[in-house]
Design a protein around this ligand. Structure first.
Ligand SMILES: [Zn+2]
Length: 279
């Protein structure tokens, strides 16, 4: 079988990419995984790539309707879950999730739940989740993400196959961004800084036409910063904030559109429950 394209999105984690690709190809897929590694290591990107590989007819081509929808967060059978509570998952949210887990897939043969911040499962919500985590329906795969393995409640971690992500060295991240976007090293560095070290976000920052204006401003300001006096720095900081805020507003509008699109697309209670969570 030729190498599935979608695993090229996993950067600086060859071992992880190889492991997930094999699991998908051989169909030796666990019911639950715990992806553990520092912010910016590409856990979410890897989880989406794995979902693509599991649902795509071509093992994760990255180009078909299924892969496209997963990458854009629009696939009805691939759910991103984030804590609704300020710092923790509430029991009610986990109960709702468990209900959703037991519904049949809408589109594909399998459903995938990507549960961000698994360290935000506290005693109560973790307890509510354990049985499902241990024995979800056959057509469900649950992928928990955490910045630190040690921060996850042991009864949760012990029910998952652990996949450890290493920290991607900044020089490697920079090199990859230069290679894939055609940006120069200084731009790649600035984009990484603006994206909090997350490679996928830095690439999006450099690639997206929607962000071009904000990006040009940020890059120009960062370049000028070295030669500025105190007043200039203040003005630059104001410009930077405005530049970064503008695209965020645009993104909010886009997200609202996507949720509407998703609702129209699904029209099912499962879809509604998921989009409600996103609001
Ligand atoms: Zn595909």
């Amino acid at each position: 079988m030729s190498r599935a394209c979608v695993f090229d999105d996993i950067i600086g984690q060859q071992r992880v990419a190889g492991f997930l690709e094999n699991a998908a190809a051989e169909r030796t897929v666990s019911h639950a995984y715990l992806f553990a590694g520092p912010p910016g290591a590409g856990k979410k990107t890897a989880a989406k790539a794995f979902a693509c590989a599991l649902l795509c007819d071509d093992g994760g081509c990255g180009a078909c309707a299924s892969c496209y929808k997963i990458k854009r967060g629009l696939h009805p059978d691939v759910h991103m879950v984030e804590p609704e509570g300020a710092a923790t998952y509430m029991v009610s949210q986990i109960r709702e999730l468990i209900h959703d887990v037991h519904l049949k897939p809408v589109d594909g043969s399998r459903k995938i739940y990507i549960v961000d911040a698994a360290d935000a499962l506290n005693d109560g919500s973790a307890n509510a989740f354990l049985k499902t985590l241990e024995e979800p329906p056959d057509d469900v795969t649950i992928i928990l993400l955490t910045h630190s393995y040690d921060a996850v409640i042991p009864t949760v971690a012990s029910r998952c196959q652990i996949v450890k992500f290493r920290r991607v060295p900044p020089s490697m991240a920079e090199g990859i961004i230069v290679e894939r976007t055609g940006a120069d090293p200084a731009q790649a560095r600035a984009a990484l800084a603006a994206a909090g070290g997350v490679i996928a976000r830095a690439r999006e920052f450099l690639d997206s036409p929607m962000r071009r204006e904000a990006r040009d401003k940020v890059l120009a300001t960062l370049k000028d910063l070295a030669t500025m006096d105190g007043h200039d720095v203040l003005v630059a900081a104001r410009d930077l904030l405005a530049a970064v805020k503008a695209p965020l507003e645009e993104i909010k509008v886009l997200q609202a559109e996507e949720i509407r699109e998703r609702e129209e697309f699904l029209g099912s209670s499962a879809g509604k429950a998921v989009s409600d969570r996103h609001k």
